[in-house]
Structures are given as C-alpha cells and as structure tokens.
Design a protein around this ligand. Structure first.
Ligand SMILES: *[C@@H]1O[C@H](CO)[C@@H](O)[C@H](O)[C@H]1NC(C)=O
Ligand SMILES: *[C@@H]1O[C@H](CO)[C@@H](O)[C@H](O)[C@H]1NC(C)=O
Ligand SMILES: *[C@@H]1O[C@H](CO)[C@@H](O)[C@H](O)[C@H]1NC(C)=O
Ligand SMILES: *[C@@H]1O[C@H](CO)[C@@H](O)[C@H](O)[C@H]1NC(C)=O
Ligand SMILES: *[C@@H]1O[C@H](CO)[C@@H](O)[C@H](O)[C@H]1NC(C)=O
Length: 418
C-alpha cells in the first residue's frame, strides 16, 4: 500500500515540476518589465481571476469524475478518500442492482426474496463513503473494460457470494443471457471447488475457487497423536494455487473457517515446516498462513498485470447466550455492532502493509457491521437452517464489488497518469 501510495504521490508531483520552467519564464518577463504599482495591480487581478477559474474547474472536474463516467483524471480518489469509512443511505431509485430470480448464477439459498422474505427495504441501501462518492456501477461499461480478462475469486462461501453478485450485476449489461455460461456446465453447490462463468461476447471469465484456508489441508502424519486426523500446512499454499496466477483481478478472503469448531473439533491441527504445532493459537496460525500467502503473491503473481485484493472478515450478527440466535432486523443498525473478528482484519492489514508489491485490502468489516438487516436468517433454501453469517443477494456483497471497481478504475487512472 505504501508503495502504491508513493507511486501516486510522485505521479501527482510530476505536473508541478513540469510547470516550474514556466514560472521561471514568468520571472524573467517580470524582471525585464520592471515592476510598477499599476503592473502589480493588473497582475494581482489576473492571478485572482485565474485562481478562481482554476478552483471552479477543479471542483467541476472533481464532481464530474467522481460521480459520472470514469475517465482518466489527474487525481486518484482512492488516495484521498477512505471508501470503507461511511454509512448506508436509502436509495431505492438505483438499488437493487439486479433481480436474483432472473440471474441463473444466483443460488437459491441466497435469494431471500424468492425464499419468502416480505420486507423489501433491505434491497435498497447504498454504501456512502464519508468523504467521496462511489461511481455508479455501469455494467455495460465495466464489461467493456474487462474484455479479454480473467477475474478470480478465491476463498470460502463469502467469496462465492461475491462471485455470484458480480456475475449477476454484469449480466444486467448483457443482451443475450445465453452467451453467458458456466464453463463446465456445473451447477453451483456449497462444496464445489471451481466455478467459472464465461461472458462469451466479452471473452471474459469470472471464476471462483473454493479454498477456505488458502493453505493446504492434508492427512495427519503417521506417528502423530490420535486426535490429529487432518493438518493444515501453514507453509504451503493450497494445491490449486497455479490456477489463480494468470488472472487480471484476484480477490481473496479467509476467516470464517478459522474457528475451533471447524478445526480442532474435527481433528484438524496446524503444521509448519513439516512439524505439528499442537499448541499453536488460531490467530498465530492465521498470521503464518497469511505470510505464506504474501510470499506467494510476491514471488508467483505478476502484480504489474494482476490487481490483488484481500477482503477482511465479513461480520455476522448472531445473538443470544450461545450466539445461536439470529434476528434479522428490517433496518440497518445506526451503530456498527457485530462479531467482526477484528484481530483478523488487523493481521491482514499488517501482513499486506509489509508486502513488497501493491495489494488492496478490501476493508469491508465495518460496512457489514451495520447490516443486521441483510442476513439470510430463515430465508434460506432449504429453509431448515438459520443463518446470520451469509448475506441475501442482492445485498451487501454487491457493495463489495462496487468497491473493487472503484479501486480498479482508480488504479487505471493512476497508471495512465504516469
Ligand atoms: C477498516 O476501516 C475502518 C473504518 O475506516 C477502520 O476503523 C478500521 O481500522 C479499518 N481496519 C483496518 C484493518 O484497516
Ligand atoms: C424478480 O423477478 C421475478 C420474476 O421475474 C418477480 O416475480 C419478482 O417480483 C422480482 N423481484 C423483485 C424483488 O422485484
Ligand atoms: C480471450 O482472452 C484471452 C485472455 O484471457 C486471450 O488469450 C484470448 O486470445 C482471447 N480470445 C479472443 C478470441 O479474443
Ligand atoms: C513490473 O514493472 C516494473 C516497473 O515497470 C518492472 O521493473 C518489473 O520488471 C515488472 N515485473 C514483471 C514481472 O513484469
Ligand atoms: C516485514 O518483512 C520483513 C522482510 O520481508 C521481515 O523481516 C519483517 O519481520 C516483517 N515485519 C513484520 C512486522 O511482519
């Protein structure tokens, strides 16, 4: 992050140094004339007029680039504005971005409306950053920009939701839905390892790889304790990692499976450098796995081509004594409140902050923490399970995608600016 920041700072400084010869030329002209009081007054007026005009032009351009079409500008809003700090505002004129029932790639389990949810307000919220605007998502234009590209999501079911969300948003920009298909003809399921949707007209694929820990899970070593049935090799990337490399956009998440229930209770323990680490804490294992991931990015991924994102923990809203109750509200909370595993977000920020290549942290934890109204609750399919972790579609994952494209297009402006 610091690297990309300094990159853009130097890009912004360039025009200033270019203009300095002109300043010198003006000084020469000034010296030759010899300053008189009349000249001074004229120059003062001229400079004032130019300054005011400049400010107005700047303000106009800022609003124009900020809200409307994405044309390369001179500044990069991702540097001046933390888009993850903001609030949800009602916006029924523009949201929801699509209708899940009409999108063949939205799984029924996430389609709360089709599963009987009657209140509709949860579909109509826009994420509003405190200090700037996010450009409207123009599916057709994004499709054009993604022509010939590969967008890859890697992670757990939260990544699958974001994958579904992106495919459905993009489908609203496609004329013939039959030109969009899953490359192996597969149906979406919870355990499937790979799903890839091709947008034929645009030669674009949007892919999802299920890798809940990002690192390799394997069988226990032969002579370990009996309770150890599986190990998580913290120093080895998941064995399908080669399929993620040649992508243009690469978006990771991990977190929801790093719990005692999903690890120790099923006999899965950590292993590092071939050695079992029975006493290792989950936080420290998560940190080690992320270091492995960071090294992998630095050595295997060409970040000149691939824009890498890591999404922070997506908060859940379980309640009650044992965190087993799930009450979906009708409105977002006015104060962020959730189980946000913020230590994971801190670890991600630390690891990414120390990387030698640019990676964008999609810090979605806070924005999700307001949305106790946006979980699946009882509107899943089949409806036997209660769910205060996953999100309805359309919904919160659509906003994650809007933020992805905010950064992608900002990055593009940055590259053009250089
Ligand atoms: C994420 O964003 C929120 C809101 O700006 C901020 O309070 C928090 O510290 C950020 N977390 C990380 C890990 O950057
Ligand atoms: C989505 O489309 C279906 C079928 O076209 C329709 O019945 C339903 O009302 C729509 N859902 C919303 C939320 O508008
Ligand atoms: C489609 O995109 C891929 C890169 O993802 C490229 O290698 C291939 O040549 C493209 N095909 C066509 C027909 O443009
Ligand atoms: C990425 O770009 C930098 C600067 O333009 C260059 O030095 C580097 O070799 C490039 N890396 C790859 C893998 O192409
Ligand atoms: C940052 O990276 C360097 C070299 O890769 C490493 O020596 C150092 O321990 C790292 N610092 C943190 C806080 O992870």
């Amino acid at each position: 992050m610091s690297k990309s920041f300094s990159r853009s700072v130097s890009a912004r400084l360039t025009p200033r140094s270019v203009s300095s010869p002109r300043v010198l030329a003006q000084r020469k002209w000034w010296a030759a004339q010899g300053p008189s009081f009349g000249n001074l007054a004229v120059i003062f007026c001229l400079v004032s007029v130019i300054l005011v005009a400049g400010c107005m032009l700047y303000l106009y351009a800022f609003r124009y680039f900020g809200r409307g079409r994405l044309i390369s500008g001179f500044f990069d809003e991702s540097d001046v504005c933390n888009v993850f700090d903001g609030s949800w505002v009602p916006d029924g004129s523009y949201y929801p971005l699509y209708n899940s029932t009409e999108c063949p790639f939205a799984e029924r389990g996430f389609n709360c409306f089709a599963n009987g949810r009657k209140d509709m307000n949860y579909l109509k919220w826009r994420w509003q950053p405190r200090h700037c605007d996010i450009p409207k998502f123009d599916a057709r234009e994004i499709l054009e920009r993604l022509r010939g590209k590969r967008v890859v999501f890697v992670g757990d079911s939260m990544s699958r939701t974001q994958w579904e969300s992106l495919v459905c948003i993009l489908m609203t920009g496609v004329q013939d839905p039959n030109t969009v298909y899953e490359v192996n003809g597969n149906k979406i399921s919870k355990t499937i390892r790979f799903l890839g949707v091709k947008f034929q007209t645009f030669n674009l694929t949007v892919e999802f790889y299920r890798s809940v820990f990002l690192v390799q899970q394997g069988l226990a070593p032969k002579h370990g304790p009996r309770r150890v049935r599986l190990t998580l090799k913290l120093d080895k990337m998941d064995d399908i990692n080669h399929r993620w490399i040649d992508s243009d956009v690469l978006i990771f998440n991990s977190g929801h499976w790093w719990t005692p229930t999903k690890l120790f209770d099923v006999g899965c323990y950590f292993q590092n450098g071939g050695v079992l680490k029975l006493g290792m804490s989950i936080n420290s294992a998560f940190r080690t796995a992320l270091d492995t991931w960071a090294t992998w990015i630095e050595t295997m991924v060409n970040t000149n081509r691939t824009h890498v994102f890591f999404r922070t923990f997506e908060p859940s809203h379980w309640s009650g004594l044992n965190q087993k109750a799930c009450e979906v509200t009708q409105q977002p909370l006015s104060v962020a409140k959730s189980d946000d595993r913020s230590e994971f977000a801190d670890i991600i920020a630390k690891v990414v902050g120390n990387m030698t290549v640019p990676v964008t942290v999609l810090n979605v934890t806070l924005m999700g923490a307001f949305r106790s109204d946006a979980h699946i609750g009882t509107w899943s399919h089949p409806s036997s399970i209660l769910d205060c972790s996953h999100w309805c579609l359309p919904g919160v994952p659509d906003a994650w995608n809007e933020l992805v494209f905010f950064h992608l297009l900002a990055n593009r402006r940055k590259k053009l600016g250089r």
